[in-house]
Design a protein around this ligand. Structure first.
Ligand code: 26Q
Length: 805
């Protein structure tokens, strides 16, 4: 019996089989003979989950006893990936579960195939949140992630005649066995209304709408440790008062529930990242809903062990994942001043000490702002609080920079021209003790450009924490065959929790037999992926579609290869499979045109027998964590070709290098650090760097000059403009020729030349394999464990709490 007085769950396949049978019977109400695959899947999930439950209970007890400083990670997005395989690995049941299923006559692959990915995020930012939670649990840091339980996740991408068509992602219509509902912890959230001052001059908010937040959580187990943290997700519910009983009694049933349905829309759907989408009231409501529920929960937890508000910052650090949860700053002020009766100055000291802010962009147009009239209607008290924060803050700016009215205008939390808007990034910088960028270059550019005024006022507030990825998810689980080879090469699997140990592979890069086994693994991963000839160079560009990421540049290179093969059909070419994957925001027309053109070029090449032996373009739809985990282990070449100074970090670049792909890339985001680590010889560099790109833009860039000067480029662009690809792509061609916001044509020649070097390098198989091994061997730095250690030491000042037996 364990500490809870329970019989411990068995660790043998036979015991697991018994528990499967028992769960099938008592929790699904069926038997093996009549179970559907869905019954089998749910039962398997519950049986695995049970084996983490005891660790979760012990974790909660250890955390309660320690009363530690907690990390609360607030994020509007989480891309957790499928849960089953990960939870089997982390509970040590992967082997016995499969044996037990086979014993019961179940097909493990079929059953495991029903696990669904919760797509509660857009891309890099959401996946980063999931990787950081994984690393925090693995490092025994007491942490809770807070987010929104969207009914519909990121849309499902399909293609119709090569064009992106979006379908809703009703990810939990079969239920979600990984989720623990916690209705006792539900919270009440208010919107609209007005503010009033009582006789003592105290302000209060008289809200106009009431919504309930219902939490549920999923387990976040650590790897190789007993810690099991949680991620708590809020779902909106109509409150009792939103059901209009008078209408119901009058027989107006639909009208009676209108308000409740309206309330539940708050957590209905994830917004797809979209610059044109900003300003939507429902999005602001989502953000406040997340913040209000989470802060009340954080305070509830604080009060379990503490009474004194001045202790709050000692016990709490709240990390804001971009500006999306920044309303937490005025909300905590409101709770402390209006509801708890603290004076303003004390409350402000507490608030500033509690929060930290991570910025994920450099694009000024991507900084969130909200129109003042809309903000005032939805959150009247918060606007007053922001005004007061602003008054105090601008007084500080005036004192530091007397007479500099322009600086005051730029730094104000309120934009005045052309319309009045609340600047969320400014609020996030003012209300926190630390601000960080997500790669070295990004953090430098934040301090020298986007947030320069603030860095001049508070230089010590600005930090860098280079992003990282979970080695569990992105090599151990995604690439089991390479992981086995690595463990064999290193004589153990300690590297999974200590990724710097991969350095031990360096010696093996010169070992002929190790290299040939390394190649065989890559080959097998291409076969598993099942797209394109496994002998060919697998060239992958997997990421959201955005003009700054420059999928168009890759496309120009493909068209150039196509023209070269057409012009000289007799020659030998390095066969390539070019693999694109990624979604475009539904309203981002320019990006959707690029997708449509890629599919057209793919079709034209496929239909041309002179070219198709050497070149194949594939574009599997609906890129997500699951598809990424299949593609990444099969990649030879990683395309990281954004315009320098635009990609904050990138994390796909790290996942690909870790899995032995060589990078072709610009000096942007974390590419710079990847190149530093893996060595310039093992990285194909091209293109303008940030200073050169900035200078070119400032000195009147003319894309057409490059078109006029470079015949291969002209040929590629002309073929698009002339409609050679099923008549598709004129918009793409014209935008490149006439404007080219992201200097695609300026980097074309350097890119195509670098691709020629890739071809040459590929032909020396042994050298290529050596470079591939060195990429893996030198990627240890990009572990999310290192990222979390950096946050813990530089920003959070938290310590691990070991979970005892
Ligand atoms: C904004 C307004 C309305 C609706 C949605 C949004 C929205 C949603 C998601 C805005 C931005 C995002 C996501 C941004 C993102 O993923 N950024 C990426 O973050 C990664 C992790 O730090 C970096 O590696 C990437 O460089 C960065 O682009």
């Amino acid at each position: 019996r364990n500490g809870m007085g329970l019989r411990p769950l068995g660790t043998s396949a036979a015991e697991f089989e018994q528990d499967l049978l028992s769960n099938l019977y008592y929790r699904r109400g069926t038997t093996v003979e009549s179970a559907s695959t869905q019954d089998a899947y749910e039962t398997l999930a519950l049986t695995v989950r049970d084996r983490l439950a005891e660790r979760r209970v012990r974790t909660a007890a250890a955390h309660y006893a320690a009363n530690p400083r907690w990390v609360y990670y607030l994020s509007a997005e989480y891309l957790l990936g499928k849960q089953l395989e990960q939870n089997m690995l982390y509970s040590g049941t992967d082997r016995i579960a499969r044996i037990a299923m086979k014993q019961l006559g179940l097909d493990p692959d079929e059953v495991e195939g029903l696990d669904v990915e919760p797509g509660l995020g857009n891309g890099g930012l959401g996946r980063l949140a999931a990787c950081l939670l994984d690393a925090m649990a693995t490092l025994d840091i007491p942490a809770v992630g807070y987010g929104i339980r969207y009914d519909l996740g990121i849309f499902k991408q399909t293609f119709k005649n090569g064009a992106q068509v979006e379908k809703p992602d009703d990810w939990s219509y079969q239920g979600n066995p990984w989720e623990f509902p916690a209705p006792d912890d539900r919270q009440t959230v208010f919107f609209y209304g007005h503010t009033e001052r009582d006789a003592n001059g105290k302000t209060c908010w008289i809200p106009g709408e009431v919504v309930l937040g219902e939490p549920s959580h999923m387990l976040v187990p650590g790897h190789g440790t007993d810690t099991v943290n949680i991620v708590r997700l809020w779902r909106a519910r109509g409150s009792e008062s939103s059901f209009d009983l008078s209408r119901f009694s009058a027989g107006q049933y639909a009208e009676a529930v209108d308000e409740a349905v309206h309330a539940e829309n708050i957590s209905k759907v994830l917004y797809p990242d979209d610059s044109t989408e900003s300003g939507r009231e429902l999005r602001l409501k989502q953000q406040y809903f997340l913040v209000s529920c989470s802060l009340r929960d954080i305070i509830r937890r604080f009060r379990l062990r503490n009474t004194d508000w001045s202790e709050f910052p000692k016990k709490t650090v709240i990390q804001l994942n971009d500006t999306h949860p920044t309303l937490a700053i005025p909300e905590l002020m409101r709770l402390l001043v209006d509801e708890e009766g603290l004076n303003w100055d004390l409350a402000w000291t507490i608030v500033r000490q509690t929060f930290a802010y991570t910025c994920h962009t450099l694009l000024p147009e991507a900084l969130e702002t909200w129109s003042v009239p809309m903000f005032e209607r939805l959150l009247p008290r918060h606007l007053e609080i922001i005004y007061t924060i602003n008054e105090h803050f601008l007084a500080e700016v005036r004192e530091a920079f007397p007479g500099d009215v322009d600086r005051v205008r730029r730094m104000s939390l309120i934009q005045e021209e052309p319309d009045r808007r609340v600047r969320m990034a400014n609020l996030a910088v003012v209300g926190t003790q630390a601000v960080n960028g997500v790669a070295e270059l990004h953090s430098e550019l934040l301090a020298s450009t986007t947030l320069r005024d603030f860095a001049e006022l508070w230089p010590a507030k600005f930090h860098n924490v280079t992003n990282g990825i979970s080695p569990r998810r992105f090599i151990k689980i995604a690439n089991p065959t390479l992981s086995s080879l690595i463990s064999e090469g290193l004589g153990g699997d300690e590297w999974i929790n200590d990724l710097d140990r991969l350095a031990g592979l360096e010696a093996l890069a010169d070992d002929e037999s190790f290299r040939s086994r390394w190649r065989a693994v890559k080959q097998a991963n291409k076969v598993r992926l099942g797209l394109g000839d496994p002998e060919s160079l697998t060239d992958v560009m997997i990421k959201r579609f955005h003009e700054y990421k420059r999928q168009q540049l890759k496309l120009l290179h493909i068209i150039t290869m196509y023209h070269r093969i057409k012009a000289n059909p007799g020659q030998a070419y390095v066969p390539r499979t070019v693999l694109f994957a990624g979604k475009a925001a539904p309203a981002y027309h320019a990006a959707k045109h690029v997708i449509r053109l890629i599919n057209a070029v793919a079709a034209v090449i496929d239909a041309d027998p002179a070219v198709s032996p050497y070149l194949k373009v594939v574009f599997p739809p609906n890129y997500n964590v699951t598809l990424g985990s299949l593609i990444i282990p099969a990649a030879d070449l990683s395309e990281q070709i954004s315009m320098a100074g635009k990609e904050a970090s990138g994390t796909g670049n790290m996942k690909l290098a870790l899995n032995g792909a060589l990078t072709i890339g610009t000096l942007d985001g974390a590419n710079i650090e990847i190149r530093d680590k893996v060595g310039a010889d093992n990285f194909f560099l091209f293109g303008l760097d940030t200073p050169a790109a900035t200078a070119l833009k400032n000195n009147g860039y003319r894309a057409r000059d490059h078109y006029d000067r470079d015949p291969e480029l002209r040929h590629a662009l002309d073929s698009i403009l002339d409609g050679k690809f099923l008549g598709i792509g004129r918009e793409v061609g014209e935008s490149l020729l006439n404007w080219d916001e992201y200097l695609t044509l300026a980097d074309y020649r350097s890119y195509v030349d670098a691709q020629d070097q890739v071809d040459a390098a590929w032909q020396d198989t042994d050298q290529w394999t050596r470079k591939s091994i060195l990429n893996t061997a030198r990627s240890g730095f990009f572990s999310a464990d290192r990222t979390v250690r950096d946050y813990a030491a530089g920003i959070w000042h938290v310590n691990p709490v070991k979970v005892g037996r």
